[in-house]
Write a protein that binds this ligand. Structure first.
Ligand code: GRF
Length: 215
């Protein structure tokens, strides 16, 4: 058996949500925190877009928010170094990417190994990247879905934590398929972050095992 390379901590965690857009996954995470399904608090919502609706919502709710303007940094690495400073300052345990439209540099991925997770609206490793619902329809797959995974430097390719399957219907448009997938995203993202802080995720090789409670 592959050796254990990571075991998630059992603790009341501090989460940072990174987003660039509407933030429905952020809202689902917050709701799950609120009902006690995730043993963590959302200690920061960070965005690279000042007007991201998700960021504005977080401000309205009185959460700590931060807008980092990419234009003020000479390189993507410099931007990510600033991200690291801000996240470390707030003693963040886990970064949840939730529609964060920036490719992370290895500077950030390496500094937070197994401490960054992402939600992707397809069944990885199929359809990484963008416009994946339309690409799934165009390819003719019968099933798509969503994936929560640890973030590695290679885009959309870190170890898979949870997936949910959604059928692709013959009359689906990009919008209808995306909407059905989104419902599942909200469920499995909250579930995955809940498992993380319950200390129930173990990475062996590139596989993630979900441990029994109390294991
Ligand atoms: C979701 O489909 C997510 O899977 C992808 O970006 C979208 C973000 O949506 N990474 P929202 O901002 O969370 O509503």
């Amino acid at each position: 058996m592959d050796e254990v390379v990571f075991r998630s901590p059992r603790k009341k965690g501090r989460v940072a949500v990174f987003l660039s857009g509407r933030g429905s996954n952020f809202m689902a995470l917050r709701e799950a925190v609120g009902r006690g399904a995730i043993g963590a608090e959302i200690a920061l919502v960070l965005s690279n877009k000042a007007e991201a609706p998700g960021l504005l919502k977080a401000q309205e709710w009185g959460l700590e928010t931060l807008f980092l303007d990419p234009k003020l940094f000479a390189s993507r690495e410099d931007f990510d170094r600033a991200v690291i400073r801000e996240v470390e300052k707030r003693q963040i345990d886990l970064i949840c990417l939730a529609g964060y439209m920036r490719v992370l540099t290895p500077v950030l991925c390496d500094a937070f190994k197994y401490r960054i997770v992402n939600i992707h609206p397809a069944l990885l490793p199929s359809f990484p990247g963008l416009h994946v619902q339309q690409r799934a329809i165009d390819w003719g797959v019968r099933f798509s879905g969503c994936t929560v995974h640890f973030v590695a430097a290679e885009v959309d390719m870190g170890p898979i934590i949870l997936q949910a399957v959604v059928p692709v219907l013959q009359d689906d448009s990009e919008e209808t398929l995306a909407a059905r997938i989104l419902v599942e995203e909200h469920k499995i993202y909250s579930e995955a972050v809940g498992l993380y802080f319950a200390g129930r995720l173990e990475v062996r090789g590139r596989r993630v095992f979900v441990l029994e409670p109390g294991a």
